[in-house]
Design a protein around this ligand. Structure first.
Ligand code: TXA
Ligand code: MG
Length: 342
């Protein structure tokens, strides 16, 4: 199969492919998604095959209006409507109890709930509206790899396996949406993301729980996706949580013969006298730019065979930092730079 590259002006072609049961990758404000008609079970099954995704990991249903959610979900409470009216379109995925048999098992992974998201990207909203059906959309990467933030990343993983990709340039946020479970008594974050816990609590006027702890292999996770190895490049990633460690990192790098990947902020990059084998990548100045660049730069290093160590700056795990640190911890398998320096 030859994967077509579409854009805003050729959305009709993408919608026709969706209606024909084909896979079309689409842009969002977070990362690129792998789209298929959520009401076509055969098409949804192909999504799992293309990604190499375990079949018990349910998919997000992408919509272009709140009415479509109401069609599938049990009646929505005031808190849910308030969240939708405040944060949609935007990087917040909400989990609701479904009406009986409203969506196929391949979408829900057999759960009695489903995840819904109204993405903030006009090309994709046009795709959903023109196709006339909601789209399932996991991140459009090979399972286990960093999520794609450009159409080029999508093609790197899925060229020849999907009918088309809609190219709308690099995504803004760079990490995926916040997944919030609204099917339980206390709203619970299953995956931190583009909307911070603090923002949700402000709008709801109540406490929000966190459940994005590390899930053991034998434990049944609330968000099935959380138990799998994720965002992992081939190189080993080490996290630097204390800025005072960077001088020791520089000295360690200077003692190596091979190139070492360094992803850090401009000040650390510019202030230290780095040796020539330090492959320095700027994450900008703050956690917003760092989140935007994290997956992209991990992928850049992944395309090189000569770098087997990547050292990355950590941030405070609050606000967007909770999402950044969640993804970085998974890429690193919870490995800290102290391991290298001891
Ligand atoms: O930003 C995003 O959310 C991107 C873009 C493309 O929209 N999508 C994305 O999808 O990250 P995916 O499939 O890579 O991650 C969805 C997460 C998984 O961890 C999955 O287990 C969880 O949401 N999830 C989906 N449905 C669920 C449900 N009914 N209950 C609990 N967790 C669910
Ligand atoms: Mg994913």
């Amino acid at each position: 199969m030859k994967t077509k590259i579409l854009n805003k002006a050729t959305i009709k072609e993408g919608a026709a492919l969706i209606n024909a049961g084909q896979l079309v990758a689409f842009p969002t404000e977070t990362v690129y998604g792998l789209g298929a008609d959520a009401t076509n079970e055969a098409a949804v099954k192909q999504v799992y095959a293309a990604k190499g995704r375990p079949s018990d990991n349910p998919l997000i249903v992408h919509v272009a209006d709140i009415e479509t959610v109401q069609k599938y979900a049990q009646p929505l409470d005031d808190a849910s409507l308030k969240l939708m009216n405040t944060f949609w379109p935007g990087p917040l995925t909400l989990i609701f109890k479904l009406k009986p048999n409203a969506l196929s098992k391949s979408v829900t992974g057999g759960l009695d709930t489903a995840a819904f998201r109204f993405p903030a990207n006009q090309a994709t909203l046009d795709l959903i509206i023109t196709a006339g059906v909601p789209l399932v959309g996991p991140s459009a990467n090979t399972s286990g790899k960093p999520s794609p933030t450009t159409a080029k990343h999508v093609l790197h993983d899925l060229d020849g396996k999907i009918a088309a990709v809609v190219d709308d340039g690099p995504t803004k946020v760079g990490v995926e949406s916040t997944v919030l479970d609204m099917s339980v008594t206390v709203p619970t974050i299953l995956r931190p993301g583009g909307i911070a816990k603090e923002q949700l609590e402000t709008i709801l006027g109540t406490k929000v729980n966190d459940e994005h702890h590390h899930v053991g292999v034998t434990e049944v996770p609330k968000a099935p996706g959380m138990k799998y190895k994720h965002y992992a490049p081939n190189a080993q990633v080490y996290i630097v949580n204390d800025d005072n460690d960077w001088t020791a990192v520089r000295d360690w790098v200077a003692a190596q013969t091979k190139p070492v990947g360094i992803m850090t902020t401009d000040d650390i990059k510019n202030q230290l006298d780095w040796p020539a084998n330090a492959e320095l990548i700027s994450l900008g100045n703050d956690v917003i730019s760092a989140s935007h660049l994290l997956f992209k730069e991990l992928r850049e290093f992944d395309n090189r065979n000569d770098v087997d160590t990547i050292i990355v700056k950590g941030f405070e795990p609050t606000g967007l930092g909770a999402a950044y640190m969640n993804r970085l911890n998974k890429s690193a398998g919870q490995t800290y730079v102290g391991e290298l320096l001891k």
